[in-house]
Design a binder for this molecule. Structure first.
Ligand code: NAD
Ligand SMILES: CC(C)[C@@H](O)CC[C@@H](C)[C@H]1CC[C@H]2[C@@H]3[C@H](O)C=C4C[C@@H](O)CC[C@]4(C)[C@H]3CC[C@]12C
Length: 369
């Protein structure tokens, strides 16, 4: 743990700093990085909440910018000691085109890497994803695996493809000489399904349940466990890895780390009910109500409808062929690589993570009435 009497001398840049994860990373840095002199928050869409952060000892610089624009990225990176690159298009619902997803997630990451090299920034942490590994298009289960577990990572969907390409670029950039002649040190964090305050998909499930009279209908067998991790612990891992990367470059440079905590192994829908149940929703039936082939048909119909309606409106339901396949394929991690390499321990227990998330949904409930 850093000593709180340390000198404030470091400049950090967080791209995507106004997103679901990014906001938690920004707040965690301000709370737990005592060497922070300036925190630059770079995002396409800046949040009004940033203003409240400008009253503390750290200079918080809000930068409205686009990672696809190399010159905007270079301007934001110049002078930073550490870049935490979380910006990305997290789209598995067909909202954005494959080209746009590639432009943001891959080209945007290339721009961040080149900006580090050109301006002399030496430490780069990339927010990758479990989806870089799987579930793959063959529906192979990944059951409590780790960073070394053999698995055929075969993707066709634009999102996991873009994350895999971006992660590879970041890891390959490790060791490149930056302006000034010193090596760039990079690593990638792979969160599983992040949950917690601000999770848009949880919000969507909650509102769907309200529309259905307080009920959600099970579509996935309870036995298909899906990895989930609390956003506060993911944010903490980003802060810690960014600090330790500066001290342990030889060990951590070029490495990937799954993000994990004590969140229980459950199916995606059962896990959501840990928070939605205490807020009045009920998951109907202990087994899926409709056979899987019918779900696949409904998912395909949703995809067809999305394509037909696209010239008129955006139709992007939760159920589509990709989300159904992912939800129906077990993917959980069991690892301690982050603890072994940089002393990571979850900051929030499962009980605390659950309580904080329930309180957030309840606050939504108040606003939904
Ligand atoms: N949510 C999850 O379950 C999860 C799991 C694993 C990994 N991740 C990764 O974590 C990162 C953050 O995800 P999130 O869930 O917080 O998503 P999010 O959509 O809430 O946040 C992404 C942020 O990036 C910004 N952004 C998008 N395009 C940009 C651009 N062209 N230029 C600058 N900023 C841009 C958005 O405005 C947003 O604030 C992503 O890289 C995602 O792949 C998310
Ligand atoms: C409609 C039902 C089939 C319902 O159960 C669908 C759930 C579905 C929307 C989610 C199931 C698994 C989720 C993904 C997973 O948690 C990991 C992800 C990686 C991350 O980088 C981005 C988000 C996501 C792709 C996440 C998206 C929602 C699910 C597909």
């Amino acid at each position: 743990m850093a000593d709180s009497t340390e000198v404030r001398e470091l400049v950090y840049l967080v791209t995507g700093g106004c997103g679901f994860l990014g906001e938690h990373v920004v707040r965690m840095l301000l709370q737990r990085e005592p060497r922070l002199l300036e925190l630059r928050v770079f995002d396409l869409h800046l949040g009004a909440w940033l203003e409240e952060l400008k009253t503390g000892p750290v200079q918080v610089t809000a930068i409205q910018g686009d990672v696809t624009q190399a010159h905007e990225v270079a301007a934001a990176v110049a002078g930073a000691h550490v870049v935490i690159h979380t910006a990305g298009l997290v789209d598995v619902f067909g909202r954005a085109s494959p080209e746009t997803i590639y432009e943001v997630n891959v080209q945007g990451t290339k721009n961040v890497i080149e900006a580090c090299v050109q301006t002399g920034t030496r430490f780069l942490v990339y927010t990758s994803s479990m989806e870089v590994v799987g579930p793959n298009i063959k529906g192979h289960h990944f059951y409590r695996g780790n960073e070394d577990t053999p698995y055929e990572a075969v993707h066709r969907h634009p999102y996991p493809c873009s994350k895999a390409q971006a992660e590879r670029l970041v890891l390959e950039a490790n060791g490149r000489k930056v302006h000034g002649g010193l090596p760039l040190v990079t690593c990638a964090l792979r969160p599983t399904g992040i949950y917690g305050e601000g999770h848009q998909i949880m919000r969507d499930f909650y509102h769907q349940g309200l529309r259905l009279g307080g009920r959600l209908f099970r579509t996935i067998p309870a036995s298909v466990e899906h990895g989930r991790v609390y956003v506060g612990n993911v944010a903490w891992m980003h802060v810690l890895v960014a600090r330790e990367l500066q001290q342990r470059a030889a060990l951590m440079g070029g490495q990937v780390y799954f993000c994990y905590d004590q969140s229980p192994y459950k199916s995606y829908e059962d896990f959501n009910m840990e928070f939605l149940g205490p807020c009045g929703l009920r998951l109907v039936e202990t087994r899926p109500l409709v056979p899987y082939w019918l779900l696949m048909l409904l998912a395909a119909l949703n995809a067809l409808l999305q394509w037909l309606l696209r010239p008129l409106l955006l139709y992007a339901p939760l159920l589509n062929p990709y989300t159904l396949a992912v939800a129906n394929t077990a993917f959980t991690v069991n690892t301690d690589k982050a603890r072994r390499h940089f002393g990571y321990e979850p900051l929030f227990s499962w009980e605390d993570s659950r309580t904080r998330t329930i309180r957030w949904v309840q606050a939504m409930e108040g606003s939904a009435r």
